[in-house]
Write a protein that binds this ligand. Sequence first.
Ligand SMILES: *Cc1c(COP(=O)(O)O)cnc(C)c1O
Length: 402
Amino acid sequence: MHDDTRCLQIDDATAPSGFQSLSFPVFRGSTVVFPTVEAYQRRREFFYDGYSYGLYGTPTSRALEARIASLENGATSHVVPSGLAAIVLTILAVAKAGDQVLLPDSVYDPVRTLSDNFLSFLGIQVGYYDPLIGGEIGALLDDRVKLVLVESPGSATMEIQDMAAIVSAARANGSRVAADNTWATPLRFKPLDMGIDFSICAISKYLGGHSDVLMGSVTVRDEVLYRRLRDVSRYLGYGVSPEDCSLVLRGIETLSVRLDRSEANALAVARWLGDRPEVVNVLHPALPSHPGHELWQRDFLGSSGLFSVILQPWTRSHVAAVIESLEFFSIGASWGGTKSIVAVMDPPPVRTATRITEQGPLVRFSIGLEHVDDLLADLERAFRLLEAEMVQPLTPSIRQGI
Ligand SMILES: *Cc1c(COP(=O)(O)O)cnc(C)c1O
């Protein structure tokens, strides 16, 4: 054998005896090698649950999918390149030209962009509904509606939806329901247990958990829906890298402890903000003051680290200076990582079926794993800038009386 050829020899990929690791290996591969011509000809039989081509699954992606399916109380899960890709896939798996899809007005904003610019181009109609509609969604349903998406709490404005009522109306109409379960993660809410057909998760947030992976998942119980998702995913050319899957498998190992810490920190920060005179409203469903608190208690096993506040309108011209002065909060989109992140949304996100009546700037916090005292001290320091600027001290005495 020449050295040129020797460089190309395949090593046995199975773990050498005597070496057993606690981590799942990264299996790379575009080509999947078959022992015989006949096996190669039959490779499509392995498409849904085995290996036919690297784009359609590697042992590492299958291991991740099995882990997510079990956390979601699902039968099967499919991982795709982003959370947005998971939502697109779910919509395209059930809707075609002439069909209709209903989205909550508080939907993750890029889905609105997708819908208004691209689904319409495909002939799929999109309707936006009030996220607080509950069972009255029945009035919007007819046989054109193939999918109702729920997202609870809603992006930025944190509305809690009556998902049970929506599921029962959708069922009665023969429409499928998909839940964007990114905020709660499968550890805090189990959409499939409620009769929801598709549980979608932006893995980029808590499951990845370290702000360094982009991925999404769709989990189902129904084998027909699973096959449909896999088929459409193949048409679209979706695939994920085994390295990224390995990072997510690692992230999931600490998901529970990270969530516990983020949840506790976020509640402390939310309560602290709620006592500030510059804050009009804290939008966090685990606070009893939240209008969806009881529904949240009914359906969820806990909360996570993401919530929003509405500031007094007079703070508007000072918000940037306050946020930029924070030492332990980075300014950015995305969330669910180890480090605290803050995003100022002013003007507030687009709503077309409802109105945001609050006048002040909306600030969204993703609370990380720092020591809560450092976060509170940081906010205390930053809010002193506002104290110096407060024009009308009219609210503090009233608020204290409540
Ligand atoms: C971030 C996010 C997504 C999309 O996830 P990406 O992986 O960034 O595409 C979907 N839904 C919600 C609620 C999100 O916050």
